[in-house]
Design a protein around this ligand. Structure first.
Ligand code: AMP
Length: 301
């Protein structure tokens, strides 16, 4: 396994790969890897000739009040996790490699559709998805992977990236994998490390609210109001939690669902203390608290 830091080196590698007609799978991350990332990495290694994991805490997707400077990092542990899974390259660029004209004046960005970004996280994180789409477009341009892997935990992100790939005719297949959870149901996130012992307990309210919403969606008389009310009741019982949004949206358009003619995605975000957490469930799929055993194990070995 090789750690790559410069774009010039990447261009050389990619030319060699293409000469040999070898395929590449890419897993873009911000590091501090956990079993959710590991699941994406394992799929990338299995499905292409070579795999690259990128580790870059992208400044342009953080708002001024957000946790850019304290975002958790542990490169050594991340490299071990990648090596153990057969990753060929880990790309760890400095900001000026990916933003050669800086991030303070004007620079070229991807213009994401307003319809996909006005609700959910987009309403609370202005500019976030422009930053995400722009950095992912750069990584695609540089590495030219055949496949790229993203987690459905960041559901709105996957919708924005699917639209970008279609709209910009990018020659990459997006592979979107289910959310990996702790044994008790909490969705894995690098930000979980911020939680105190008490907050970790309180954080179960997210998956419990999604579970209640999922249960309320069963049966012929389910309504969007009923589903949202069932989830809201659970959230209201946890004083440590404050809700940013709780929405039931169409899985493709992300428009709020008004009649139950399709399952939709129930998504929420909010704070436990200073830590912002998000989660979601596709109401046409398995319950969030009903996971295969191997997923619950979430081994990082
Ligand atoms: P991040 O490092 O948080 O930017 O995440 C990198 C990728 O891992 C994104 O595609 C995330 O959606 C995905 N990811 C993060 N947490 C999970 C999880 N618990 N399950 C599955 N994928 C995840």
């Amino acid at each position: 396994m090789q750690v790559i830091r410069g774009t010039a080196e990447v261009r050389q590698l990619v030319r060699a790969l293409q000469r040999q007609d070898r395929t590449l799978g890419m897993v873009p991350t911000m590091g501090f890897l956990h079993a959710g990332h590991a699941n994406l990495i394992e799929a990338a290694v299995a499905e292409s000739d070579e795999a690259v994991v990128t580790i870059f805490v992208n400044p342009t997707q953080f708002g001024p009040q957000e946790d850019l400077s304290r975002y958790p990092r542990d490169l050594e542990r991340d490299l071990n996790l990648c090596q153990a899974r057969g990753v060929r390259w880990v790309f760890v660029p400095d900001t000026d490699e990916l933003y050669p004209r800086g991030t303070t004046g004007g620079w070229t960005q991807v213009c994401v559709p307003e319809t996909l970004t006005r609700g959910l996280c987009g309403a609370w994180r202005p500019g976030h998805f422009i930053g995400v789409a722009t950095v992912v477009a750069k990584l695609f341009a540089l590495w030219q992977p055949q496949r790229a892997y993203f987690g459905l935990k960041d559901f709105q992100q996957t919708a924005v990236l699917r639209a970008m790939v279609q709209d910009l005719l990018l020659p990459v297949e997006l592979r979107l994998l289910p959310t990996v959870r702790e044994a008790d149901g909490l969705a894995l996130s690098s930000r979980n490390v911020y939680l105190s012992v008490e907050e970790r307990q309180q954080s179960l309210v997210l998956v419990q609210a999604l579970q209640a919403g999922w249960l309320a969606s069963r049966g012929p008389d389910a309504t969007p109001e009923g589903i949202l009310a069932a989830a809201r009741r659970v959230l209201e019982q946890e004083p440590g939690w404050s809700t940013q949004y709780l929405e039931l949206v169409d899985a493709d358009s992300l428009e709020p669902i008004e009649t139950m003619n399709r399952p939709g995605v129930l998504a929420l975000a909010g704070f436990i203390g200073r830590t912002r957490l998000i989660d979601n469930v596709f109401l046409g799929g398995p319950a969030p608290l009903d996971r295969p055993a191997e997923q619950a194990a979430g081994s990082l070995a």
